[in-house]
Design a protein around this ligand. Structure first.
Ligand code: PAF
Length: 295
């Protein structure tokens, strides 16, 4: 069922038990399917929002051509177990006179924050509005947008938003390319070639797991792979700690990460991997996340 207004959504959620929420910008793929299935396995009712949020796009970005297909979204969301699709108009979310922006510090500053000024303020603003409208017990975000996940966790922590944020591992094509709605801009051959980004991340991860702790040398392992593909216009390849800070040496930490952003064939793609996988035995994700300042 599609609902278009906050009021209709609140009515539809009456007596529906524990609500799980998957915010999206639509054009759903298997990555969203994994989020919805995880939500369905943990909650009574799953709400998926489909809203292409203008506030998180820069002036020269792809807002007008961002892929949209509500019928397909309904099919994918329903098959994965969603009960409701919340699909508000822009005017419903930002009516005339709307004047509030949520600015998250810390996690939103480096990397994507400096490459895309205003992006995370747009994300935080819409996510907080959606959380206030849906009022879920849990909200599910893909780890593919690792920094976004960190920004949302920071906002929820700082503003005492009563929701549990759940990060769900990235779903990949067989080639290794991380699923993304923006992959639809690429031809099948270009998608194969774009898998070089995940191979570079794997090379960094393999070097870390082999014992390398020097961030410059880890980075070099990834750059060597990227140099095999002339289409890569690298924005950043960053080795970061749990607070998204670049350090000269890395620690054996399940939340240490390697993140990449690059333009290929005119499309900006991002991806990331943990430096160390799987988690060291005896340290589960909940324990890792309970430390101060981490994701
Ligand atoms: O990850 C996305 O699809 C978007 O940034 C989100 C979280 C739905 C906010 O518009």
């Amino acid at each position: 069922m599609v609902v278009k207004t906050p009021q209709a959504l609140r009515e539809a959620l009456t007596d529906k038990g524990r609500v799980g929420f998957v915010p999206t910008m639509g054009y759903l793929h298997e990555g969203h399917g994994a989020l919805i299935r995880r939500a369905r396995s943990e909650c009574d009712t799953v709400v998926v929002s489909v809203f292409v949020n203008p506030k998180q796009f820069g002036v020269n970005e792809d807002l007008s051509r961002y892929p949209r297909d509500l019928q397909r979204d309904l099919t994918v969301a329903g098959a994965a177990g969603a009960a409701l699709l919340f699909h508000p108009d822009v005017d419903t979310m930002y009516p005339p006179g709307y004047a509030t922006t949520v600015a998250v510090g810390g996690a939103s500053e480096p990397l994507e924050g400096s490459a895309r000024p205003g992006h995370f303020a747009g994300v935080a603003t819409v996510v907080l509005k959606l959380l206030n409208i849906v009022r879920p017990e849990r909200a599910y975000f893909g780890e593919k947008d690792w920094q976004q996940l960190a920004v949302v966790r920071q906002m929820v922590r700082d503003l005492n938003v009563p929701v549990e944020i759940v990060g769900v591992p990235t779903v990949r094509e067989v080639s290794g390319l991380a699923l993304s709605s923006r992959n639809s801009y690429l031809t099948p051959e270009q998608r194969e070639r774009a898998a070089v980004l995940s191979r570079a991340l794997r090379a960094v991860q393999a070097a870390a797991e082999a014992g390398e702790r020097d961030a410059a040398r880890l980075r070099q392992a990834g750059l060597a792979v990227l140099q095999t593909e002339p289409e890569v216009q690298l924005d950043y390849l960053a080795i970061v700690d749990r607070d998204l800070r670049e350090r000269e040496r890395v620690e054996l930490d399940p939340l240490a990460r390697v993140l990449i952003a690059a333009r290929m064939f005119g499309v900006r793609l991002i991806d990331n991997l943990p430096l160390f996988e799987p988690l060291p035995s005896g340290l589960d994700e909940a324990e890792a996340l309970s430390g101060t300042g981490g994701l």
